[in-house]
Each structure stands twice: as structure tokens, then as C-alpha cells.
Design a protein around this ligand. Structure first.
Ligand SMILES: Nc1ncnc2c1ncn2[C@@H]1O[C@H](COP(=O)(O)OP(=O)(O)OP(=O)(O)O)[C@@H](O)[C@H]1O
Ligand SMILES: [Mg+2]
Length: 273
């Protein structure tokens, strides 16, 4: 499990993370945040879920505590555990407990990877009681104002909806992040990669063409992230077609037939050098 912590802007003076809204997600998140409602973010890999949460945490001046879920994660990894320190047993808060105490946003990324007995600890936090029972300490913490639970989910290959109880699920505000319109995505790719608009537009056109393919041969669609990666290679001096080969074509598949087909698509969509 990895835990990242972003300090609120007041302490860090960090600039606002760049996030371009795709739909109504910003308004929806703001309303949910003001209510302290937990948010379920849905969307494919690389569509901007993490960036969106970072931008929202910054806007609300809250610390963002991100926990990357995995199959061996236990509830103790979230809540905390007793550790032996110099012969003494001391309690160490887990990231979820810290977020509850400090009024931070706790972003459980890919939480569905974790087993059900792990995710069950978020249930009482996800309803109006906003409580975290810590059995090991025999206490129940009330979440500090500002605490908010955000959970991400990729509908393409996960099934958190199965692993969350219906009663919990219905307390989440669901926000779906899809890929942005061509204009917005061009802006994002140009800015993030540091390339000119017309190159970004070509990459976005290729992304759209790949997303338009019958997806059965691809595990994942071409994300905004890989278009940015390709753009970054161009910014470093690589030719556009070579950058696309390395950051898009070879990344999306290992199958020689699929790689060839994607290459032909790139040849057709990208401008000739
Ligand atoms: N709407 C957007 N505004 C600004 N940047 C964006 C936007 N969408 C995507 N990006 C860019 O795409 C990159 C990937 O986004 P991000 O890491 O947030 O994806 P993700 O949905 O969290 O993916 P994963 O499910 O793999 O964690 C970001 O680093 C950012 O540069
Ligand atoms: Mg992410």
C-alpha cells in the first residue's frame, strides 16, 4: 500500500493543480463536499480522476490523503495498528484514521482491489453518522469537519459496486469522468506535455480514432495520460510518429497484429512529417 499526502495550500503555498472540467463534475463535487457526502469517482484509467481530486482538495484547502488499494490490504492498513517500539507497544494511526481526525479528504484509489472485510471499515463513515469505530482501541471517532471520503472505480475492469453493500453505495454521490471533448483534451495535452496546439490536436484525433475502434482487442482505451506521454516525447525532440509508437501503440498491446493495425491507424490519422 502506498500513501501520499498533499498539504493544504495555506501550508505549502502550492499552485492550484491544473484541471479542466469535462462536464458537471466540479459543481457536483463542490456540493457533495459542502455536505460532507462521500464521492464515488468512476472512469477509465488516465482520464483525470486523481488530478480532479487534487484540484478539489486544493480548492477546499484540505489535505489530501491518497491510499492506493491492493489485494493484500487489510483494514489495519487503513485504520492503524499497534507497533512495537523499543519494547513498548504504541498505536499508529492509519491513513483513514488520520484523515478522520484531521478533516482531510481520504482518496481510496482502486479500493476494490482490497477484500471486503477491508472495505467494510468505511461503511459507518459513508453514512450520516460519519464515524470510524476503532475496535482495537475500543473507541469510535467522529470525523472532523472537512473529512470526506472519495473512492475511485474503473467500470472497465473492476466491480466495487459488488463489493460495497447496497446501503453504503446509496450514500455515495457518483461522478463519472469520461474523456473530454476534443477541444478540452487538446488544451490538456498541449499544456501538460508542453507542445503546440496543432500537435496536441493530432494526438487527440488519434486518441479519438483508437477509442472508436472495436475495443475487444485492447485492454484499455487510449487515455489522456498516454497522449500526454506521447506529447512529452515530442517536446523532447522525438518525431510525432515515433513518439506515438512508443507511448501509444506499443503500450496498448503486445499482440503483433494489433500493434500493426494501430500503427496503420496512426499513419492514417497523423499528419505526414
Ligand atoms: N481534465 C483534465 N484536466 C487536466 N489534466 C488532465 C485532465 N484529464 C487528464 N489530465 C491529465 O492526465 C493525467 C492522468 O490523469 P490522472 O492521473 O488523474 O488519471 P486517473 O483517472 O487518476 O487514472 P488512474 O485510474 O490510472 O489512476 C494527469 O496527470 C493530467 O496530466
Ligand atoms: Mg489515479
Amino acid at each position: 500500500m502506498t500513501v501520499d499526502s498533499l498539504r493544504p495550500p495555506a501550508e505549502s503555498g502550492s499552485p492550484a493543480p491544473f484541471y479542466r472540467a469535462v462536464g458537471k463534475e466540479v459543481e457536483t463535487f463542490r456540493a457533495a463536499a459542502r455536505r460532507g457526502s462521500p464521492v464515488l469517482l468512476k472512469g477509465p484509467t488516465g482520464c483525470g480522476k486523481t488530478r480532479f481530486v487534487e484540484a478539489m482538495a486544493h480548492e477546499f484547502g484540505r489535505e489530501l490523503i491518497t491510499v492506493a488499494g491492493h489485494e493484500d490490504m487489510t483494514s489495519a492498513d487503513l485504520v492503524g495498528r499497534f507497533l512495537l517500539k523499543g519494547g513498548e507497544t504504541v498505536w499508529a494511526d492509519g491513513p483513514l484514521t488520520r484523515a478522520v481526525r484531521e478533516g482531510a479528504i481520504c482518496y481510496l484509489d482502486e479500493i476494490v482491489e482490497a477484500r471486503q472485510d477491508t472495505t467494510v471499515v468505511i461503511h459507518p463513515l459513508a453514512d450520516h453518522r460519519r464515524e470510524l469505530p476503532i475496535d482495537r482501541l475500543g473507541i469510535t471517532l467522529s470525523a472532523a469537519p472537512g473529512f470526506q471520503l472519495v473512492v475511485s472505480y474503473n467500470p472497465g475492469y473492476q466491480s466495487i459496486l459488488k463489493s460495497l453493500k447496497e446501503s453504503t453505495r446509496q450514500r455515495f454521490v457518483a461522478i463519472t469522468l469520461g474523456f473530454p471533448t476534443a477541444d478540452v483534451e487538446t488544451d490538456v495535452v498541449a499544456r501538460e506535455a508542453g507542445i503546440d496546439e496543432s500537435t496536441a490536436r493530432s494526438l487527440v484525433a488519434l486518441g479519438a480514432a483508437i477509442r472508436g475502434l472495436d475495443g475487444s482487442a485492447l485492454n484499455e482505451v487510449a487515455s489522456t495520460r498516454i497522449l500526454i506521454l506521447a506529447g512529452g516525447l515530442v517536446a523532447e525532440g522525438l518525431g510525432l510518429r515515433d513518439a506515438v509508437q512508443s507511448a501509444v501503440v506499443e503500450v496498448l498491446s503486445d499482440d503483433p497484429d494489433v500493434i500493426r493495425a494501430l500503427g496503420e491507424l496512426a499513419d492514417a490519422v497523423l499528419p505526414r512529417p
